[in-house]
Design a protein around this ligand. Structure first.
Ligand SMILES: Cc1cc2nc3c(=O)[nH]c(=O)nc-3n(C[C@H](O)[C@H](O)[C@H](O)COP(=O)(O)OP(=O)(O)OC[C@H]3O[C@@H](n4cnc5c(N)ncnc54)[C@H](O)[C@@H]3O)c2cc1C
Length: 277
C-alpha cells in the first residue's frame, strides 16, 4: 500500500472539507471491506483516507410511523437484525444478511454497499424496489437523491465532489416481497444474479443486480405484471430489459435464463404468501 494521510473527523462538515481539500486523492472509509481490499490490490491509491466512523450522528437506525432511516455507518448485521426492518422489509433484512460472512457484516455497511456502486451490491435491489431516498451532505448543503438516480455506471454514482451520504430512508410499505440471491456458494460469495420482487399496495416492483452496469428496475415488466399479462410475456419482457455480461462468475446466457427462473419462482412464492411485510 502507498502511504496516505488518515483522518477521523467528528462532523460531516469537517469530513466534506477534507474531501474537497484532497480532491480525487480523498477517499471516505466506512467499514472498509471494499476500500481496503482495493487499496491492497493497488486499484485505489488514496492520498487521504477520511474515516466516517467518528461521526456519531451517522451511527443510528431511526424510525417513525412512516419511514425507517439507516445511518451511513450502521453495519449490515445491525440492519439485518433490526426488529422493524425485519418486520416491515424482511427482504431487505435478508439481503443485508446475505452479504459476505458474519465477520464481514460486522464491518460492512449498507451505505458502503451502495456507494461502492457495484452492479451486484446485494442491498441495492430491495432499496431500489422500495424507492429509497439517499440523504446527502455536501459543500452546498444537504440534498436528497432518489436511489433510482444514484447509480450512474459501474463504481460511479451521482455524488458530487465533497458529498457524503448521511443515510438512506425507506417508506414503510404494506405488501409482500422476495429477495433472491443466486451465488455459487451459500455464504461468502458474490451474486451471479440477485433480485427483489415486491407486490406493493400501488403495484409490482422488480429490481435486479448483476445483470447491467448498475442495479436496475424493470419498468416495462412491472407494467405487464400490473396489467395481469401472461407469464411468458412477462418473462420475455424481463429478459429484454437487462444487459448481463460474461464474467468469472457466470455467462451472459446463464444470467438471462436465471432472470426468468428467479422471477417465476418469486411470483410463485408471493402467490403462496411468502415474505410478508
Ligand atoms: C470477503 C468479502 C465478501 C463480500 N461479499 C459481498 C456480498 O456477498 N455481497 C455484496 O454486495 N458485497 C460483498 N462484499 C463487498 C463489501 O463487503 C460490501 O460492498 C460492503 O457493504 C461495503 O461497505 P463498507 O462499509 O465496507 O464500505 P467501504 O469499503 O468503507 O466503502 C466502499 C466505497 O463507498 C465509499 N463510501 C463509503 N461510505 C460512504 C458515504 N457515506 N458517502 C459516500 N461514499 C461512501 C467509499 O469511499 C468507498 O469508495 C464483500 C467483501 C468482502 C471483503
Amino acid at each position: 500500500m502507498r502511504p496516505f494521510e488518515y483522518f477521523r473527523p467528528s462532523s460531516l462538515k469537517e469530513a466534506s472539507e477534507l474531501l474537497v481539500r484532497y480532491g480525487d486523492g480523498g477517499h471516505l472509509l466506512n467499514g472498509g471491506t471494499d476500500l481496503i481490499v482495493r487499496m491492497r490490490d493497488g486499484l485505489t491509491l488514496p492520498s487521504a483516507v477520511i474515516d466516517l466512523k467518528g461521526i456519531e450522528q451517522l451511527s443510528r437506525i431511526r424510525e417513525d410511523e412512516e419511514s425507517v432511516y439507516i445511518g451511513a455507518t450502521v453495519n449490515l448485521n445491525q440492519v439485518g437484525r433490526h426488529e422493524t426492518i425485519g418486520k416491515s422489509f424482511p427482504y431487505l433484512a435478508e439481503a443485508a444478511l446475505s452479504v459476505g460472512s458474519k465477520q464481514v457484516r460486522n464491518r460492512a455497511t449498507c451505505i458502503g454497499n451502495l456507494c461502492n456502486a457495484s452492479p451486484l451490491a446485494d442491498t441495492a435491489t430491495p432499496l431500489m424496489a422500495l424507492d429509497a431516498v439517499l440523504e446527502v451532505f455536501g459543500p452546498e448543503g444537504e440534498r436528497e437523491i432518489p436511489i433510482r438516480d444514484f447509480f450512474v455506471f459501474v463504481r460511479k454514482t451521482s455524488l458530487k465532489p465533497g458529498e457524503i451520504v448521511k443515510g438512506v430512508r425507506v417508506t414503510k410499505t404494506a405488501g409482500q416481497g422476495v429477495f433472491t440471491k443466486l451465488a455459487r456458494r451459500k455464504e461468502v460469495d458474490l451474486s451471479m444474479v440477485c433480485m427483489t420482487l415486491l407486490k406493493a399496495e400501488d403495484g409490482w416492483r422488480l429490481s435486479y443486480g448483476a445483470v447491467a452496469p448498475t442495479p436496475v428496475r424493470l419498468p416495462k415488466t412491472e407494467a405487464l405484471l400490473n396489467q395481469g399479462a401472461a407469464l411468458e410475456e412477462v418473462l420475455s419482457c424481463a429478459v429484454s430489459e437487462v444487459k448481463p455480461i460474461d464474467d468469472v462468475r457466470a455467462s451472459r446466457e446463464y444470467r438471462l435464463e436465471m432472470v426468468k427462473v428467479m422471477l417465476k419462482r418469486g411470483l410463485e412464492q408471493i402467490e403462496k404468501g411468502g415474505a410478508v411485510s
